[in-house]
Design a protein around this ligand. Structure first.
Ligand code: NOJ
Length: 535
């Protein structure tokens, strides 16, 4: 069944355009490439696609450095290609979400170039965070960029500008009303162009406070904000309470106004999802109050261990917190910024967890390639492109592993992705993971995803709340078993390496792996697998 509005319990497929499919042999994916594969996407059973940025960009940060938010970068095609992609998606019944990046522009945006020329104190500089150096010549504060290194870069006349990310991504000053007006133009441009909504990059970052104050532990704060830095949980949480540039109350004023704009499109059912890594988790619910955005990403599963008690805790807490604002959760196991779930947890584990999560209330995000069980790509340092790798002088490898192009066909790299040389190296060891191979194997990861999404739409979407049946914190004797019931379906996940027998009657709808065995009111669940049982 379809949920209403469409996004309430949607499955949304994230496409990283540069890595999806290359139509012109230049080694990079593009919009016509995406269009040519939309039938594949539709056949997965998803409701919508979300595209990472394809706008004019020098591509210092994979297109999240936008030089013109209302045009297409030639590496991806042109506006006519974007129109065609949207039209074909719509004709297949797929909605289209695009990324917007309101926290910063590229340093190649005309506004930033004008700001450089116009000099200190000018209206052009007031669109960004330009300030004089401190009397000792150092930057206005000691903040560290999320990509490593200082958050400030000095320009010729001695002023510094703020960039929470790469130096090529100057932060916009949202206190200047011109920024709101320009962004409204961008939102309207894409809505009038035909898109169905937006993923809002760094949605929690637009408003800054205490710009002239040093942070007592800038390196600690920067580490606390990075999931790949191991840190004591208490310490991390304490530091996260002190971020002066994220999750300030002022951001909500902006989203209240955006919501009015979205609602003015009436029955188009425009939606927006916030990328807001905030702490404590309850703060995330503010972004989805009834007069703000429609969804907020829940990132807790991106680094969750394959551990029943932990997963139970994250899932319960997420559902409860969002219920307080009458919103449903979002579930994501992978994206272009984090290690692929198959690498992080193992292929079987990741498949079991995905099928477990597909049954839950809310929307599910699937990162292209996740359906193939694709692991992270492995590459020599010389091939890396992520600014994190360069800004940390190689001490952090960055996110390229999760961005390697998809394997479509053939027995060796580039697996039909391109007729040229792929922009990141592809692994020959992926030969059994191609779409072509998995298409014909009924037990492949791809086919399990397809079946699960079809069954999700048929039996689970719109069936309301879930109740736990088994969890270590709910008195279950098996610490390796999690189960819940929703509607007429019970979902069991066996996290252990041995068979588990449960007393239950019903028809097995799907098993993420192995062959479950059912008789005499009992079903055995294969190791590391999830089962859906219909009553
Ligand atoms: C979050 C995006 O997902 C990431 O890829 C990007 O580097 C930063 N925001 C900065 O825009």
């Amino acid at each position: 069944m379809k949920s209403s509005p469409w996004w309430k319990e949607a499955t949304i497929y994230q496409i990283y355009p540069r890595s999806f499919f290359d139509s012109n042999g230049d080694g990079e994916g593009d919009l016509p490439g995406i269009t040519s594969k939309l039938e594949y996407v539709k056949a997965l059973g998803v409701d919508a696609i979300w595209l990472s940025p394809f706008y004019t960009s020098p591509n210092k940060d994979g297109g999240y450095d936008v030089a013109d938010p209302r045009d297409v970068d030639p590496r991806f095609g042109n506006l006519a290609d974007a129109k065609k992609m949207i039209d074909v998606a719509h004709s297949l019944g797929l909605r289209v979400l695009v990324d917007v990046v309101p926290n910063h522009f590229s340093d190649q945006h005309v506004w930033f170039q004008a700001a450089l020329k116009a000099g200190r104190g000018s209206p052009e500089r007031s669109r960004f965070h330009f300030y004089d150096a401190k009397p000792d010549g150092t930057p206005p504060n000691n903040w560290i960029s999320l990509f490593g290194g200082p958050s400030w870069t000095q320009v010729e006349d001695g002023q510094f500008y703020l960039h929470l990310f790469d130096s090529s991504q100057p932060d916009l000053n949202w206190e200047n009303p011109e920024i709101f007006i320009d962004y409204e133009k961008t939102l309207r441009f894409w809505l009038d162009f035909g898109v169905d909504g937006f993923r809002i990059d760094v949605a929690h970052g637009l408003v800054k406070e205490d710009i002239f104050k040093n942070h007592p532990d800038p390196q600690g704060l920067s580490d606390a904000l990075r999931l790949d830095v191991i840190m004591d949980v208490e310490k991390r949480f304490a530091l996260l309470e002190t971020v002066p540039f994220f999750d300030r109350q002022g951001v909500h004023e902006i989203y209240r106004k955006w919501r009015k704009l979205f609602d003015s499109y009436g029955d188009r059912e425009v939606m927006a999802v916030a990328e807001a890594w905030v702490h404590p988790p309850v703060n995330a619910t503010r972004y989805v109050r009834p007069d703000e955005l429609h969804q907020v990403f829940n990132f807790d599963l991106l680094d969750a261990p394959f551990d029943a008690a932990h997963l139970h805790d994250v899932i319960s807490r997420t559902i409860e917190l969002l219920a307080n604002v009458d919103a449903l959760p979002t579930w994501a196991l992978s994206n272009h910024d984090s290690p692929r779930v198959a690498s992080r947890l193992g292929e079987l584990q990741s498949r079991a967890l995905t099928i477990f999560v597909f049954g839950l209330p809310g929307s599910c995000y699937v990162y292209a390639g996740q359906e193939l069980g694709l692991p992270d790509g492995v590459m020599p340092d010389g091939a890396r492109q992520d600014p994190i790798y360069f800004r940390t002088k190689g001490s952090q490898k960055g996110r390229d592993g999760a961005r390697v192009p998809l394997p479509w066909s053939d027995e060796s790299a580039p697996f039909g992705f391109t007729s040229g040389t792929p922009w990141l190296p592809m692994q020959d060891s992926w030969k059994d993971l191609t779409v072509e191979k998995q298409n014909v194997d009924p037990k492949s990861s791809l086919n399990v995803y397809r079946n699960a999404l079809e069954l999700r739409a048929e039996h689970l979407v719109t069936t309301g709340e879930m109740t736990w049946l088994e969890s270590p914190t709910h008195g279950s004797k098996n610490p390796l078993l999690l189960a819940y019931r929703r509607g007429n379906v019970s979902v069991y996940m066996n996290l252990g390496e041995s068979l588990v027998e449960v007393e239950i009657t019903g028809k097995v709808l799907i098993a993420s792996a192995g062959v479950p065995d059912g008789r005499d009111g009992k079903i055995t669940i294969p190791p590391v697998s999830t089962l859906w049982v219909h009553h």
